[in-house]
Ligand binder design. Structure first.
Ligand SMILES: Cc1ncc(COP(=O)(O)O)c(C=O)c1O
Length: 361
């Protein structure tokens, strides 16, 4: 028998959090940092009302969407590239910048796709140490060497929820060699209300050696449609356009992303909802000695180190009630769970079940 030869891929592939449970019809998924309030009614309306010509290919350059992004975010149309989720943009950046022998630096507890895509193209992933689940600029700088090509930062970071303040991000860019690309992932930017925080896009709009990532999967509620974008120097964008699959963002995704950007009312409502519930849940959990990061994005990292029960224990008890949280072991974080802020009834049910669990301890 002839056997085919292909590259040996020696990586740990991405394992999404659970979204179904055996024996349970109604589950509440608080494990993937999706939008608590779903999708803007304006998006739902156009989804139902339009007669889409799906037999035709979509606009490969996503011109209308990029035009609207450019005017909404006051940034250069020519420096925007859209992707099938920001995921695809991360993948393309890795393809463009990295080859075997290169190194990338990712914080110890960061979003998994940076290390996965970097490894796939043969780069070595170097982990910078964190302090109390917080990215350390000093440690990143320590890890830099001649082979370093990219530093990835999600700000705020998933799954820790911690973030670098504006001055820390600026300091990181200053201290890094100019030839290293800094990728700042703004996936959760819209939720941020701390005055010391500023998005990668706002800080680095005109920097040639910073690349910014954005997504429609979080506050815009379009996770299933797969649409995100990247922002960077024109030379980088031109090169990315050469490797980009021609019709990577489908027509419906482009239309819905446009519609979702127009609905500021829905975004403001989502931000308010998130702030209210993040604070409420954080405070409620403290009575059981479950502690979280400072409120930031649409999720909390629950730490059970001081609690009577372990994360594993609580996770199992919640699963029995149909509530799914994200186990953080795949991120290398022990005794923690990541909780996505849900809608009103989901959050109430979560708190009710937590109260029940601890009443019986
Ligand atoms: C920090 C961060 N970046 C990117 C993504 C991926 O987003 P997308 O759905 O646009 O691929 C996520 C998703 O969880 C994320 O947490």
């Amino acid at each position: 028998m002839t056997s085919l030869n292909f590259r040996k891929i020696n990586i740990e592939s991405y394992k999404p959090g659970r979204s179904i449970l055996k024996k349970k019809k109604n589950v509440i998924k608080l494990s993937a940092n999706e939008s608590a309030l779903g999708t803007s009614p304006k998006v739902l309306k156009i989804l139902q009302s339009k007669n889409y010509k799906i037999s035709k290919y979509p606009d490969s350059k996503a011109i209308d969407l990029r035009k609207l992004i450019s005017s909404k975010f006051k940034c250069d149309f020519n420096k925007i590239i859209c992707g099938s989720g920001s995921d695809e943009v991360i993948q393309m950046i890795c393809q463009l910048f990295l080859k075997s022998g290169d190194e990338v630096i990712v914080p110890q507890y960061s979003f998994l796709m940076y290390r996965i895509y970097a490894s796939i193209v043969g780069a070595k992933v170097v982990f910078s140490k964190e302090k109390k689940f917080r990215v350390s600029v000093t440690n990143i700088i320590k890890k830099v060497n001649k082979k370093t090509k990219i530093v990835f930062i999600a700000n705020p970071n998933n799954p820790t929820g911690t973030y670098l303040e504006k001055k820390e991000l600026i300091n990181l860019r200053k201290k890094l060699n100019n030839k290293i690309l800094l990728v700042v992932d703004d996936a959760y930017d819209e939720y941020m209300k701390d005055k010391n925080y500023s998005s990668g896009l706002n800080i680095f709009k005109n920097k040639k050696n910073v690349f910014v990532l954005r997504t429609f999967s979080k506050i815009y509620g379009l996770a299933s449609l797969r649409v995100g974008w990247g922002y960077g120097d024109r030379k980088i964008i031109n090169a990315l356009n050469m490797i980009k699959p021609p019709f990577n963002v489908n027509k419906i995704a482009q239309l819905c992303a446009i519609e979702s950007l127009k609905d500021s009312k829905f975004i403001n409502k989502s931000v308010k909802h998130n702030l209210f519930w993040s604070k409420k849940i954080k405070n409620s959990l403290e009575q059981f000695n479950i502690f979280c990061n400072k409120v930031s994005a649409n999720f909390l990292l629950l730490n059970f180190d001081k609690c009577k029960l372990t994360a594993n224990n609580v996770e199992k008890k919640l699963l029995k009630k149909g509530l799914i949280l994200r186990d953080t072991k795949t991120y290398g974080i022990k005794n923690c769970l990541r909780l996505t802020i849900g809608n009103n009834s989901e959050n109430k049910l979560f708190l009710k079940n937590i109260n029940r669990i601890f009443k019986n301890v």
